[in-house]
Structures are given as C-alpha cells and as structure tokens.
Design a protein around this ligand. Structure first.
Ligand SMILES: NC(=O)c1ccc[n+]([C@@H]2O[C@H](COP(=O)([O-])OP(=O)(O)OC[C@H]3O[C@@H](n4cnc5c(N)ncnc54)[C@H](O)[C@@H]3O)[C@@H](O)[C@H]2O)c1
Length: 237
C-alpha cells in the first residue's frame, strides 16, 4: 500500500483517478480547490497557485497517510480566449496551475520518495493533453503548459531515475467532461471528435485512470520518461 496524492481530484478525470488508485489499494490524498464528495480519500482543499498551501498539503499528507509514493499532477485550468487578447495575468494564472504547481508538487513529492529519505522510490504521472501535438485555437497558454508537462516529464525522469523515481506522462484525447463546455456546440464537437478518432466511441474517464494505474503500479517498474497517448487513436505519436 502506497500513499498517493492526486491534484485536480474533484474534476471528472481526477475523480476517476482517485477511485482507481483507491481500488488499487493505495491511501489517496485528493487535492482540489474544493475537495468535496471524494469518499475514502483524504480531502486537501488547496489552491495550487499558493506555494505555501501546496507545501502544507504535502506535509499534511505525510503526517496523516505517510510519505507520498505516487503523485498524479492532473489539475488544470483552460480559459478560452484568442491569443492576441490574453492578458498577461491570465497567462500567469494558467501557468501557475498547469505548470508551476506540477513542478512544485513533483519537487515536494520527490523529497518524500527519494531513496535517500525513504528507501522506496516512487512514481509521478503528469497529465498533458492531445492539444500539445496539433495546437488548438484560443487555448495557447493551456497548450503551452501541456507541452511543458511532457518535457518536464522527460527531464525529471532523467534526473530522478537514480532515486528509483519513475516519471511518466499521460496525454488524454477528448473525454466527455465539463472541460468540453468551453466548446459552443456539443453535438458538432462530438461528431468532430469521432471523425478524428480510430475508435468510434467517446472515451470514459476510467480508461484514462487505468493507464495512470498501470504507470504507477508494479507492471510499469521499468517504464520512465514516457508519454502515453490515451485518445482512441486520434493522434498516433
Ligand atoms: N477532459 C478532457 O477531455 C481532457 C483532454 C485533454 C487533457 N485533459 C487534462 O486532464 C486533466 C483533468 O481534466 P478534467 O477534464 O478532469 O478537467 P476538470 O476541469 O474537470 O478538472 C480540473 C480540476 O482542477 C482543479 N483546479 C483548477 N485550478 C486549481 C487550483 N488553483 N488549485 C487546485 N485545483 C485546481 C479544478 O477545481 C478541477 O476540479 C487536466 O490536466 C486536463 O488538462 C483533459
């Protein structure tokens, strides 16, 4: 049994990841700005934009559940606006949640996982997005942070490998979640997704969570620095 911390735990994909890691037998800390209704998990109501609050959440997790052995960096914000109209403050906000917090959480987790401190190692999964491959209009800041999540994955895998810390990335395609409400015509969006996917159905959050489970589990013990596309065959990278 390992202690797992999942960020963005109250979102559609985050909830599925929390459920799956709990079913895998882990003690799960569920971090979100509002962490309600996450039965069985330790709720951490934390704003990832606040580094001191993130540090406190990791300290609380360690005190209540033991040192973190699994981290899933899953939280994200995705305000839609044409590139030329994005205020720098909005870019900073997107970066603070989708990238700086991934960095800080990985650092805090690695300190608890390090073989030097725990003798155990650990597994980190960063959640990217299919949009990092082909771009997406009106989401430039979001897309940039998702490319950064994949690149950070490789850099940390290289640097933390000697500590037996594996770092991987999952890149979701289009899952039917609240995130889709940013697209104005849901039926047209649904048709567009199926035209691009090889599989002719929408993905389920559980199918993303299953890949996170694999990457954080013993069957992936020799897998690090990889990005796994979970998109029904939309982008084949
Ligand atoms: N849903 C999709 O189709 C899809 C596609 C590609 C990538 N993704 C990625 O999957 C991940 C989960 O997406 P989702 O669809 O579940 O989105 P979601 O919006 O349902 O969940 C994101 C969660 O992050 C939390 N969050 C946002 N800002 C925060 C902050 N400052 N502090 C703490 N928590 C904060 C939100 O409260 C929310 O619960 C994201 O990284 C997203 O980029 C999703």
């Amino acid at each position: 049994m390992t202690t797992a911390l999942v960020t963005g735990a109250a979102g559609a994909l985050g909830r599925a990841i929390v459920r799956r890691l709990t079913a895998d037998g882990h003690r799960v800390a569920a971090l979100d700005v509002e962490a309600k209704g996450l039965d069985g998990a330790l709720p951490l109501e934390t704003d990832l934009r606040d580094p001191a609050a993130v540090e406190a959440a990791f300290a609380e997790t360690r005190a209540r559940l033991g040192p973190v052995g699994i981290l899933v960096n899953n939280a994200a914000v995705y305000p839609a606006r044409p590139f030329l109209e994005v205020p720098l403050a909005e870019y900073d906000d997107v970066h603070a949640v989708n990238q700086r917090a991934y960095w800080l959480a990985a650092q805090l987790a690695a300190q608890q996982m390090s073989t030097q401190t725990s003798g155990r190692g650990g597994a980190i999964v960063n959640v990217a997005s299919i949009t990092m491959h082909g771009g997406w209009s009106d989401l430039a800041a979001y897309v940039a942070t998702k490319g950064a999540a994949a690149a950070l994955t490789r850099a940390l895998a290289r640097e933390l490998g000697p500590e037996e810390i594996r770092v991987n990335c999952v890149s979701p395609g289009a899952f039917p979640t609240a995130a889709e409400t940013i697209h104005p015509d849901p039926e047209a969006y649904d048709r567009m997704v199926l035209e691009r996917q090889a599989l002719q159905r929408r993905g389920k959050p559980e199918e993303l969570a299953a890949v996170v489970s694999f990457l954080t589990g013993p069957d992936a013990s020799f897998v690090t620095g990889q990005t796994i596309e979970v998109n029904g065959g939309w982008v084949m990278a």
